[in-house]
Design a protein. Structure first.
Length: 150
């Protein structure tokens, strides 16, 4: 018999997550990010922007790019470079979540090993940390608004 998980401030147990649905959502998000990166690469290539685009990552589809490499580019190229960086980071997080699904650790905080609230996973299906550990991570980063991570 499994015991329901309760979260602080909550009186209701957390229901199990349908991992098949989670996988479908993550794969859709991965496909979107891959297409987004392809479009951004085309935009950078046709805009005459000087940018180093390097294939990398677990699936071979992630793009690593230095914004400094496009510092002499037009503003549109710089925006495209920043968007590519953000899409690359999101793609890496999605790939990591799919790996956690495969290993059976999906939905557990990587810091404290507690279950991540379903509400958080619904909003951010590739979340690595529970809200409490994420908050601690942001406070420890020294940024007033915290750092962007999942």
């Amino acid at each position: 018999m499994t015991c329901p998980t309760f979260f602080p401030g909550s009186r209701r147990p957390q229901q199990p997550v349908d991992l098949t649905v989670v996988r479908e959502i993550l794969e859709e998000q991965r496909d979107f990010r891959v297409e987004q990166l392809c479009e951004l690469r085309r935009s950078l290539a046709t805009g005459g922007t000087v940018a180093a685009l390097t294939a990398s990552g677990t699936s071979g589809s992630a793009v690593s790019m230095s914004v400094a490499d496009s510092a002499d580019a037009d503003p549109h190229g710089q925006v495209a470079a920043l968007l590519a960086q953000a899409a690359d980071a999101a793609l890496a997080e999605i790939e990591a979540a799919l790996t956690r699904l495969d290993s059976g650790s999906y939905g557990r905080c990587e810091s404290c090993a507690s279950p991540i609230a379903n509400e958080r996973l619904e909003i951010l299906p590739y979340a690595r940390y529970c809200v409490s550990c994420q908050r601690q991570s942001q406070l420890g980063a020294g940024h007033p608004a915290g750092r962007i991570s999942v």
